[in-house]
Design a protein around this ligand. Structure first.
Ligand code: FES
Length: 146
């Protein structure tokens, strides 16, 4: 599935200080339909790393290019595909997300790389950031998650 053709029916734009809220490497969490929505600003090195992964090594093979619209922004549901815990960002063996419940490791594309989870984190939208505004698009309006 190519997410550039996804039907984005709602969006939210937040004022932000690019040097603070939107900096590269930061994972932000919003709430979407009662679930955590992870929005991650990826570095060019992170993008290069996940795009050089051998597809045959993946349990749920998906190209990174099929999981994002703008390469530096990943938007996924923050629910582990094993039994539904919320993974920790910037953790685990692949630098993406780690679910400590039973030890699932996801990469910076949200793809399962190690542990019991059977599937990648679910892709749910796109995001981009200007000098003072961060916009997130997904099927329904997300709200800040605290
Ligand atoms: S719920 Fe995440 S590893 Fe089991």
């Amino acid at each position: 599935m190519h997410y550039s053709s996804f039907d984005y029916t709602a969006s939210v734009c937040l004022n932000c200080d690019r040097t603070n809220s939107c900096f590269v490497g930061k994972n932000m969490v919003f709430k979407w339909r009662g679930k955590p929505l992870f929005v991650r600003h990826r570095s060019s090195e992170e993008v290069e790393d996940v795009r050089n992964v051998d597809m045959s090594s993946l349990r749920d093979p998906e190209q990174d290019t099929d999981r994002v619209v703008k390469e530096d922004w990943l938007v996924v549901i923050g629910v582990c595909t094993h039994l539904g815990c919320v993974p920790i960002a910037n953790a685990g063996e692949f630098g993406g997300y780690y679910c400590p419940c039973h030890g699932s490791h996801y990469d910076v594309s949200g793809r399962i790389r190690k542990g019991p989870a059977p599937l990648n984190l679910e892709v749910r939208g796109l995001a981009y950031c200007t000098k003072s505004l961060m916009c997130i698009y997904c099927m329904f309006m997300p709200v800040p998650y605290f």
